[in-house]
Design a protein around this ligand. Structure first.
Ligand code: ASP
Ligand code: MG
Length: 422
């Protein structure tokens, strides 16, 4: 059995959905579980709906949602003939669920509403693609993954309940393959034991696919992307980025951790634990070999470059010159957990700590305020964090030219530089 994941860009248009079907046709007689993301930029658009709703702008939220609805209906119209009406009925249920909610007034926390609204993107895309596969003769079984993936209620970053979920996969998903060749479901979403929808974190569909691959003991997982495979840098930032044919799990987990937009960081563990290879293949040309990620040692990698812009640097200085010992550091980590923020870089000195974080204004303010109980706090913004793995001095020189260096951390494998354009 194989697990495939098609990202939002691979199901963005009528032509791309048709193309996805043609890829599937080239795997006849294979059992494939397919995980799909929301179409194109739908998740971003749904985030805007959630924001408008939570701000009390019901009309605006409804209007924004109407546009999302119409674009999905239009796609379905172009794709389908015989399967159009039953699909519209199915989509109708999803639309109504959201619209009812939008007519309410928010009484719970934002993250809860976010998940109830945003999860619909994956439900719509998978329903449309499944209808199209069935109409074009590829029999597929559509599954609402919220009946399978049980999570906790940490909305927007929910954690999978592996025991319950593995039971569901064993009892409800495995038997489907006795008759179906293709089982198709949503990435990114799940549900609590109270049937509230949850999401697993932005770009979480790769991870959903890996959870399925693990629980189904798949022979491989393939992520179909609109690039040739994994590159040593983001080709949008570095036009001469190089393709990498082979990587090991550890390298990829490190790259993702440092912010490379290759694969969701949580994806590797479920695959590594069962030794399942991950293939990153080109959606537009399936004959290209793509990148294979597995357990083997890989030598001679090029420098791997990750640039994260929009960084903030917090300078914390002990108020009375007492040392920054275990207690204040432990308190600080507790704050990170409470505020749900993950530092990208930390450097500790005798009486000071420097922390680099993604600049999420609300969170940085809260952190600065709470930390000011124990520290003098200063914040700098508009910074860029450069990470280079397997660095060579000339590359580093070139990447930091004309930049003012605020902070630098270096190990034999990895160098990180927080910098500001001069
Ligand atoms: N649709 C979700 C997102 O855009 C999940 C994913 O694409 O993996 O974040
Ligand atoms: Mg995506």
């Amino acid at each position: 059995m194989k697990v495939f994941k098609f990202g939002g860009a691979s199901v963005q248009t009528v032509e791309r959905i048709q193309h996805a079907a043609s890829i599937l046709k080239s795997y006849p007689n294979e059992k494939i579980l397919i995980v799909i993301s929301a179409m194109g930029k739908t998740t971003n658009a749904l985030e805007k709906v959630a924001e408008a709703f939570f701000a009390g702008h019901t009309d605006e939220a409804l209007k924004l949602f109407e546009a999302i609805k119409q674009s999905h209906i239009t796609t379905a119209k172009y794709l389908l003939v015989t399967h159009f009406n039953p699909l519209m009925e199915q989509l109708g249920h999803f639309f109504t669920e959201v619209e009812w909610l939008l007519h309410d007034k928010p009484v719970r926390e934002y993250d809860y509403y976010y998940d109830q609204i945003v999860c619909v993107g994956e439900l719509l895309s998978t329903a449309i693609v499944s209808a199209y596969l069935n109409e074009s003769g590829l029999r597929s079984q559509w599954i609402d993954v919220r009946d399978i993936f049980r999570t906790d209620d940490n909305f927007r970053d929910a954690a999978i309940d592996w025991n319950y979920t593995s039971q569901r996969v064993l009892e409800d998903i495995r038997p489907l393959f006795e008759t179906a060749e293709i089982v198709l479901t949503q990435g990114f979403i799940g549900s609590t034991d109270e049937n509230e929808s949850t999401t697993l974190g932005r770009e979480g569909s790769d991870y959903s696919a890996a959870v399925f691959a693990n629980l189904l003991d798949a022979e491989s997982q393939t992520i179909w992307k609109d690039v040739e495979g994994v590159m040593n840098a983001d080709p949008k930032q570095f036009p001469d980025a190089q393709f990498i044919a082979e990587l090991n799990y550890e390298e990829v987990i490190e790259m993702a951790y440092y912010g490379a937009q290759v694969i969701h960081p949580k994806t590797i563990k479920p695959l590594q634990n069962k030794g399942i290879p991950l293939l990153v293949k080109c959606f537009l040309d399936q004959n290209l070999p793509g990148t294979i990620i597995h357990n083997k040692q890989v030598k001679g990698l090029p420098p791997i470059i990750v640039l994260k812009s929009n960084q903030a640097l917090l300078h914390l200085h002990s108020k009375d010159f007492s040392f920054v010992g275990e207690k204040p550091v432990a308190d600080l980590y507790q704050l990170f957990t409470d505020i749900k923020i993950k530092p990208n870089l930390i450097q500790t000195g005798a009486v000071s700590i420097q922390i680099c974080l993604d600049d999420r204004a609300d969170k940085i303010e809260k952190l600065a305020l709470d930390a000011s109980d124990f520290f003098e706090v200063q914040v700098e913004k508009g910074l860029t964090l450069l990470t280079v793995r397997h660095y060579e001095e000339p590359v580093l020189q070139q990447l930091t030219k004309g930049q003012q260096i605020k902070l630098k951390q270096q190990t034999p494998q990895t160098v990180q530089v927080l910098m500001q354009q001069q």
